[in-house]
Design a protein around this ligand. Structure first.
Ligand SMILES: [Zn+2]
Ligand SMILES: [Zn+2]
Length: 399
């Protein structure tokens, strides 16, 4: 970051001793409250923004998260975790710090963490998305003095299509494949994206699927569907593909939802010759589609696009902004040029858009090389511009 670009004194940028959140080796730390937000190393007290594996790790003595995150957290971290949950907007006070959770619109149970202490308000957003999708309450701007934002897709090239456009594209692709007698395998992240697709398809028909054909889901997705249904989210009826399923190449009219890690595994054999596609924000870039080796890319993300990031940051009214994830340098420079005191936070968060988080779902497998292990063959869709350059150690496979 160029100091000359900042409109404010460096001290305001680099943080004062009384900052409500600072970076420690274990994670983002609140000094007066003596707790961490989404820590990447084991700590005593962790406030968790959402249940994606890089934000919600194993080994903490005490967890605080949103009510709707409980099911997935317990699934992933075990029933034995010490977990306290809160609804949105209900504050608790810990060592003089008033803590409350507010919708982040990212996945089921995702929350921004609002901290208030001695007249100052800080908000840690975790991951967020500004497009509403019906599977969790939409992102809610929270006024604050300092805002910790993600920047996974913090480049102007990233602009998401409307949900209606996206649904039409998926349906058109599926119908064309079905008419040609080929199953449609759509790779999508098992927690969040798969349920968004199923929720969108819920309005499209009756029975096990739609008028086009049946919807089949991989076991890693099925178990997370249960968590969404338990939280009252409507999903299209679908069938789990089990290890005992018939092994004949078949299901030519089916839409098959599978985690990215299933790509290239024997699990796919039962579908015979099929069309495949990948749903991710990274699909905006043609090179990513090519590297993925799929027929089709659908631009779909659980993160804010560039306009969404700008709108969200502006809506907080924050004068100080801390940037995590992805294109940190670009976002910091952009904000500095607009007179905000911005800087990057080096964190241990990863990028669930590339599907690597799937491996954390235990017992979601369907036998026979089910593909929820390390099926990744490449380094992921990859961030072409040095994304994650500021990321700290990644504890891959944790949790
Ligand atoms: Zn996430
Ligand atoms: Zn994240």
């Amino acid at each position: 970051m160029s100091a000359s670009r900042s409109m404010r004194a460096p001290s305001a940028v680099n943080g004062a001793e009384d900052d409500l959140v600072v970076v420690r080796p274990e994670g983002l730390y609140c000094p007066p409250g003596d707790f961490f937000i989404d820590p990447w190393r084991p700590v005593d007290r962790a406030v968790i923004t959402h249940a994606h594996a890089d934000h919600a790790r194993a080994g903490h003595r005490h967890y605080l998260a949103h009510d709707d995150a409980a099911g997935v957290l317990r699934r992933r971290l075990g029933d034995g975790i010490a977990l306290q949950t809160l609804p949105y907007g209900e504050p608790v006070t810990h060592r003089g710090v008033r803590v409350s959770l507010h919708p982040a619109g990212h996945v089921l149970g995702s929350a921004q963490i609002r901290l208030e202490h001695a007249g100052r308000v800080w908000v840690a957003s975790g991951d967020y998305k500004t497009q509403a999708d019906g599977t969790c309450p939409p992102f809610e701007p929270v006024r604050c003095d300092a805002f910790i934002t993600e920047s996974t897709f913090g480049l102007p090239v990233y602009r998401w299509p409307s949900p209606a456009t996206l649904l039409r594209e998926i349906l058109d692709w599926w119908r064309a494949n079905a008419d040609a007698g080929r199953a449609s395998v759509l790779y999508c992240y098992a927690f969040g994206k798969a349920q968004r697709i199923l929720h969108a398809l819920a309005g499209e028909g009756e029975g096990e699927g739609t008028a086009i054909g049946p919807i089949l889901v991989h076991g890693a997705i099925d178990v997370l569907n249960d968590a969404y249904r338990a939280a009252g989210v409507r999903l299209a009826p679908c069938l789990r593909v089990t290890g005992l399923d018939d092994r004949r190449a078949g299901h030519p009219r089916a839409l098959v939802l599978a985690p990215p890690s299933a790509q290239g595994t024997p699990w796919l054999r039962r579908f015979g010759d099929h069309a495949d596609a990948f749903a991710s924000g990274w699909m905006q870039l043609r090179g990513t589609r090519r590297r993925r080796g799929v027929d089709r890319g659908f631009v779909m993300s659980d993160h804010a696009d560039w306009p969404g990031l700008q709108a969200a940051i502006a809506a907080t009214g924050a004068s100080r902004v801390f940037v995590t994830h992805g294109h940190v340098d670009v976002m910091v420079r952009w904000l500095n040029e607009r007179g905000l005191a911005a800087r990057g936070f080096a964190t241990g968060y990863g990028d669930e858009e590339d599907g690597k988080d799937d491996r954390n779902d235990k017992d979601a497998g369907d036998g026979d090389g089910d593909g929820d292990g390390d099926g990744e063959r490449d380094k992921g869709p990859g961030a072409p511009d040095g994304a994650d350059a500021l990321s700290g150690p990644r504890e891959e496979g944790a949790a």
